[in-house]
Write a protein that binds this ligand. Structure first.
Ligand SMILES: NC(=O)c1ccc[n+]([C@@H]2O[C@H](COP(=O)([O-])OP(=O)(O)OC[C@H]3O[C@@H](n4cnc5c(N)ncnc54)[C@H](OP(=O)(O)O)[C@@H]3O)[C@@H](O)[C@H]2O)c1
Length: 260
């Protein structure tokens, strides 16, 4: 299999690269940090995989398209995992997210995902074969006051994946949306609220791997948090707000917890 993973230099993407690293597989591993990419490349090669790495910012539309199409010509992509992402957290100073933080998270989490997926749609459609996985979040189901822009980006790409699925299905291209809960990583370390039912990146990668093998449309986990977020989205808005505050995912409760 030929597999491209964005955000392969750390966290969930790193763990996914290890999961797919086996003889017969060629991995295209993308990130920005060259040293970290070399590290994951060595691990994957030691496990028997062929690897190609590139330090590219996912927000660079032209560089992404060029690299993806070059890779696809040599190694027709069977599976693309658009995983790279960053978070934005409400600062503790009583102000909202800075405009710079909002723009950054929109750029990486929305344009970055489109830049990763879009170039490969036509080649996959023409081959009538391929699989695309978009890494969203359980935060896509219900916006949390603690990270408004992040939640918005995750809802946007979940919607994109769902829409692509219905379209590309006709061309035998499968699309999955991945919605993890809390996973231990540099990204989740920045999250100030309680990290309910947190799992390791290796555990998350195993769940994602199994779900992608079964070509599941939605891979959301862990089970209780998955159900909780879906139910929260069905509740009346103010009840949902109240619950999020009680769980310390509201901005007020976060500040009160710090000061009180
Ligand atoms: N961890 C969680 O609790 C959690 C929960 C739900 C969803 N997710 C989603 O899972 C995905 C992976 O998150 P993670 O927890 O594994 O985060 P992470 O450990 O911080 O890793 C993020 C990865 O994305 C790459 N990346 C970030 N910005 C980039 C950019 N502009 N261009 C190219 N690569 C970029 C990083 O590469 P470099 O460092 O090399 O730039 C790194 O490889 C994200 O989409 C995140 O939203 C995570």
């Amino acid at each position: 299999m030929n597999i491209v993973i964005t955000g392969a230099s750390a966290g969930i993407g790193f763990a996914l690269a290890k999961q797919y690293a086996k003889p017969g597989n060629t991995l295209g591993l993308l990130g920005r940090n060259s040293a970290k990419l070399t590290n994951i490349e060595t691990i994957c090669r030691n496990q028997g995989a062929n690897t190609v790495t590139a330090a590219i910012d996912v927000t660079d539309c032209t560089a992404m398209a060029t690299w993806l199409l070059d890779f696809d010509r040599l190694f027709p992509v069977d599976l693309l995992i658009a995983n790279a992402g960053i978070t934005s957290i409400m600062p503790d100073n009583g102000q909202g997210e800075s405009w710079e933080a909002v723009c950054n998270v929109l750029d990486v989490n929305i344009y970055g995902v489109f830049n990763s997926v879009y170039p490969l749609i036509e080649p996959m459609r023409q081959r009538r074969q391929g699989q695309i996985a978009i890494v969203s979040s359980l935060a896509a189901f219900r916006g949390m006051p603690i990270s408004p822009a992040y939640c918005a980006t995750k809802a946007a790409i979940k919607s994109y994946a769902e829409a692509l699925r219905g379209w590309l299905n006709h061309n035998h291209v499968q699309v999955s949306v991945v919605c993890p809960g809390f996973v231990k990583s540099e990204l989740s370390d920045q999250f100030p609220g309680p990290k309910l039912l947190i799992i390791t990146a290796d555990e998350a990668a195993q769940i994602i791997y199994k779900g992608l093998c079964k070509k599941k449309a939605l891979i959301s986990f862990p089970f209780p948090l998955d159900i909780g977020m879906k139910l929260l989205a069905l509740l009346p808005a103010r009840t949902g707000d109240w619950i999020l505050n009680r769980l310390n995912y509201g901005v007020h409760s976060k500040r009160e917890a710090k000061t009180g």
